[in-house]
Design a protein around this ligand. Structure first.
Ligand SMILES: NC(=O)c1ccc[n+]([C@@H]2O[C@H](COP(=O)([O-])OP(=O)(O)OC[C@H]3O[C@@H](n4cnc5c(N)ncnc54)[C@H](OP(=O)(O)O)[C@@H]3O)[C@@H](O)[C@H]2O)c1
Length: 344
């Protein structure tokens, strides 16, 4: 390809953060670009997703299922972009693709594995631009859907509690649960977010966890208890939900953002015995475990989007060099909805 640049910017992990990440923990460098070899494509990224799991992967050891980022290498995360050079049969120059090598301007991708490991060609148009595949049609979207329906096995009449309710996963979870007719209680970190969760997302009730002990705030809004908890936060939220759940209630363990900056993880909930006494089910999951449900989920979500039944606010940072700032802001709760970085 004649007009391909010889290098492209990428954001590397310069140091493992202690506590909250600082801008100095990242570095933007120009890296040499290589032409694709057989089976590879080169993609010019246009948008990337910022996900709290990026902070988890900056720790030296997280889980072999979520490998740590290497120092002095580009971080990774969801991105969309256009194929600018292809040596792979299934991809042509000009195709829009969704893949996991964000945090860089150009991504060289192997195509031998199916999504979500390998890149996925996506259909875009005016109503559904490529970045929608980082939002409602994304793996984050599937996380909300699968967490409620497959992990939580939501049943008619269940009272649902969602933490992180103004964020990407939580805001979709609140709305999907409402579309299915549930009473939904949400929690978030400010009065403005609480108003958004109630007034824009349609939750029946919401509270700010900064206003007092989570257990007390939840008990006020759910005096008769809850049946299902969608856990994005862990810590005190998880303890509060264990206390509020009714017999045979369920928890979908989606994330525990309140602990991601901690070097030494706090011990588990002090009241786990509630699970014994009430016969509760706590089930963890990653969206990729439900990959075979993606097509079904997207069909349903496309229907909701076409009918204007889902809102999905975005907090956008412009420029690859602002990606670290975007992650820091997300961990501080400065975002509403999905955090995205626009690369051009
Ligand atoms: N299992 C999976 O496959 C999967 C996939 C995607 C995401 N996740 C998990 O889902 C959760 C939400 O991810 P997301 O992408 O939707 O991010 P997000 O909710 O859009 O952004 C993170 C939010 O977490 C809240 N937060 C930060 N520190 C907190 C604390 N100490 N206590 C309570 N809330 C805190 C902040 O909002 P406030 O202002 O409300 O504090 C912040 O806006 C994360 O735990 C993430 O790891 C899991």
């Amino acid at each position: 390809v004649p007009d391909l640049p010889s290098s492209g910017a990428e954001v590397q992990l310069a140091a493992r953060p202690e506590g909250e990440p600082r801008p100095e923990d990242f570095r933007v460098v120009q890296s040499e670009l290589h032409e694709p070899s057989a089976g590879q494509i080169l993609v010019r990224n246009s948008w990337m997703s910022i996900d709290p799991s990026a902070r988890l992967r900056m720790h030296e050891a997280v889980s072999s299922y979520l490998p740590a980022f290497a120092l002095d290498e580009a971080l990774q995360g969801w991105a969309v972009g256009e194929v600018v050079s292809s040596e792979a049969e299934r991809f042509a120059v000009g195709d829009q693709v969704l893949h996991q090598k964000g945090w860089r301007r150009y991504a060289l991708l192997d195509t031998d594995q199916p999504p979500p490991v390998g890149p996925e060609r996506i259909e875009t148009d005016e109503a559904i631009p490529a970045k929608t595949y980082l939002g409602p049609l994304s793996w984050v979207g599937l996380t909300s859907y699968a967490g409620l329906l497959y992990v939580g096995e939501l049943r008619d009449g269940d009272v649902v509690f969602v933490s992180g309710a103004a964020g990407a996963v939580g805001s979709l979870a609140v709305q999907i649960a409402k579309l299915r007719g549930h009473r939904v209680i949400g929690s978030a970190g400010s009065a403005a977010k609480v108003a958004f969760v109630r007034d824009e997302l349609g939750a029946d009730a919401a509270f700010s966890y900064r206003d007092g002990p989570v257990g007390e705030l939840l008990a006020e809004l759910a005096p008769d208890g809850i049946d299902f908890y969608f856990d994005n936060v862990g810590g005190d939220h998880l303890e509060a939900a264990l206390a509020a759940l009714r017999p045979h209630g369920r928890i979908a363990l989606c994330g525990a953002i309140s602990t991601y900056n901690d070097e030494v993880k706090p011990p588990g909930p002090s009241n786990l015995f509630e699970a014994v006494a009430k016969g509760l089910t706590l089930r963890g999951f990653l969206s990729r475990m439900y990959a075979e449900r993606m097509a079904h989920f997207r069909r349903e979500m496309r229907g909701w989007l076409a009918a204007d039944r889902i809102v999905y606010p975005e907090t956008v940072f412009t420029g690859l060099e602002r990606a670290p700032e975007a992650l820091i802001a997300q961990l501080r709760g400065e975002n509403l909805g999905k955090v995205l970085v626009e690369l051009d």
